[in-house]
Design a protein around this ligand. Structure first.
Ligand code: ZN
Length: 521
């Protein structure tokens, strides 16, 4: 492997899947591995073949992967106590995975050796040395993960260092110091890493941190400062408890702040982050540094004014360098600059101080006061601007709708029915539809009415529907906010409706979604 200042070792597929709510099928893992490789990750840990048959299958399938850069690693443990390494089934499975790299973990903390493994410190060192040497003899690059290294070192520096020596004697390519319990401070990491470097100057060391003190990234940075040659972590910080070291933060910090060239296309970072969320079916964390939706969002009016003049005045990096973008939030706090900026990005420029700009601003403030929010409903904002422009024409005019819900007690399925009355080109249209819910019935009746005039609406579907109760300005007027996402198969857009009635709120969001599609044609 070519020389690099720091190698990136991803364990999203192994340690990441220890996290609650983060599950990946074998197929998901292969897709993520390909993306990690394309992004420039150096090592990808695929799983632990000795822990479950799913991971054995994964390594079978992974043989077909054509990784252009990354080296795939199988993960496992040292041989069992008092067993010859050649006879240890778990170690044999590591070789059967046929990966170029094998990572094994061993015990650094004397307490774990005597109390958990119930063996001697000498046997523990032999387990580490034998296993590493055995894997090296079979042509593997062996990464040694020193479990509980920092806690073990604090308890007995001599014991912890002797276990690393055993791994180095066996031929390990890198000694990875693990903060398994996640409670070490950056100053301690720095000091202990320097002690390791002094004792074992000829074998590179790496760092594997957990985020229990919210210091996983800071601890990894401290280790790099002390000379670490490998960083282990996961995309978006997925992992057990509070998670692992977040590579999505570490990589831009090292590359942009410390000038270390680690990946060729840092601007693909945000997409990689979203990809891992989507494949694992997790919501994106909006406030994530660098890649979050709001990482470069500006809300206060004066603040936005300054950002528009000079982005550097309120932004630590150029958002595009990590594939993110500046996001000017439209809110009650916003001045005219917010609105102008967003409208311009939509290709609907409004002149500053113009009558249109003034009326859009007034309308946004009125509606926000009613409970509207446009941060996840860019489609409704776009429609609001379009409606204030002089060439706006309504594609259809709604007159009325009616919905009903009939629940039976004799086992008959409930019936939801909607009637819609509207006018297109002055012609009255009336349709009725039944659905499996009131909103579904309304949606079907609307389409039935509109599709004969606008057949292209066939391609539009409702892909997400969220309801939230918001506080009204007095106790009697709690309101419902409905957020809808519509899609035409290539593009998604969000719309919003607010009303004291959930049906009316849904109706507003629904019709906005359809109208915007027609306006954009
Ligand atoms: Zn871990």
């Amino acid at each position: 492997m070519s020389s690099k200042p720091v190698f990136l070792y991803d364990t999203t597929l192994r340690d990441g899947t220890q996290g609650e709510g983060f599950q990946l099928s074998g197929f998901d893992k292969l897709r993520i591995a390909e993306r990690l490789d394309a992004f420039g990750i150096d090592y990808i840990e695929g799983g632990w073949p000795g822990s479950n048959p799913k991971d054995i299958e994964l390594f079978q399938e992974a043989k077909k992967l054509k990784l252009s850069h990354a080296r795939l690693a199988a993960f496992g443990s040292t041989r069992r106590a008092n067993t010859a390494v050649e006879e240890d089934r778990q170690v044999a499975l590591l070789l059967e995975a046929e990966t170029p790299v094998v990572t094994i973990f061993g015990k650094s903390w004397e307490l774990h050796v005597t109390e958990v493994l119930r063996t001697t410190v000498e046997e523990n060192r032999a387990m580490i040395r034998d296993t590493v040497a055995h894997l090296v003899k079979h042509g593997r690059e062996v990464v040694y993960d020193a479990e509980h290294f920092f806690d073990g070192y604090k308890d007995s520096p001599e014991h912890a260092l002797a276990t690393l020596e055993a791994a180095a004697e066996g031929g390990a390519s890198c000694l990875v110091l693990c903060d398994t319990n996640g409670g070490t401070l950056p100053s301690e990491v720095m000091q202990i890493c320097l002690a390791v470097k002094t004792r074992l100057p000829d074998t590179p060391f790496g760092i594997h941190t957990h985020n229990d003190y919210e210091l996983a990234v800071a601890n990894a940075m401290a280790a790099v400062k002390a000379g670490a040659a490998q960083i282990q972590g996961t995309i978006n910080g997925y992992g057990e408890r509070t998670g692992n070291c977040n590579l999505t933060s570490v990589i831009p910090i090292l590359q942009l702040k410390m000038g270390l060239k680690l990946v060729p296309g840092l601007e693909k970072l945000r997409d990689l982050s979203y990809f891992v969320d989507d494949v694992s079916n997790n919501p994106h964390f909006a406030r994530a540094p660098f890649v979050g939706r709001t990482a470069f969002a500006h809300k206060g009016g004066m603040h936005v004014n300054a950002v528009r003049k000079l982005a550097r005045s309120y932004e630590h990096i150029e958002p595009g360098s990590v594939g993110n973008e500046q996001n000017i939030l439209v809110s009650e706090l916003s001045g005219q600059d917010n609105i102008l900026d967003r409208a311009e990005k939509l290709g609907l420029p409004l002149a500053k101080g113009s009558a249109e700009a003034g009326s859009v601003l007034r309308r946004v403030k009125e509606l926000e006061h009613e409970g509207y929010s446009y941060e996840a409903a860019g489609g409704s904002f776009e429609l609001l601007v379009r409606r204030e422009l002089p060439d706006y024409a309504k594609p259809f005019e709604f007159t009325e709708y009616h919905t009903s819900f009939r629940q039976y007690r004799d086992g008959h399925a409930p019936v939801c029915e909607a009637t819609v009355k509207l006018r297109v080109d002055g012609k009255p249209v009336l349709t009725v539809a039944e659905g499996h819910g009131v909103i579904n019935a309304l949606d079907l009746a609307l389409r039935k009415a509109l599709v004969p005039f606008f057949p292209e609406l066939e391609s539009v579907s409702l892909v997400d529907y969220k309801v939230r109760i918001i506080d009204g300005h007095d106790a009697t007027a709690a309101k419902t906010r409905v957020l809808i996402v519509s899609s035409d198969g290539t593009r998604n857009w969000g719309t919003v409706g607010v009303s004291e009635s959930i049906i009316e709120a849904s109706w507003i969001a629904l019709t906005d979604g359809l109208e915007l599609f027609l306006q954009r044609r």
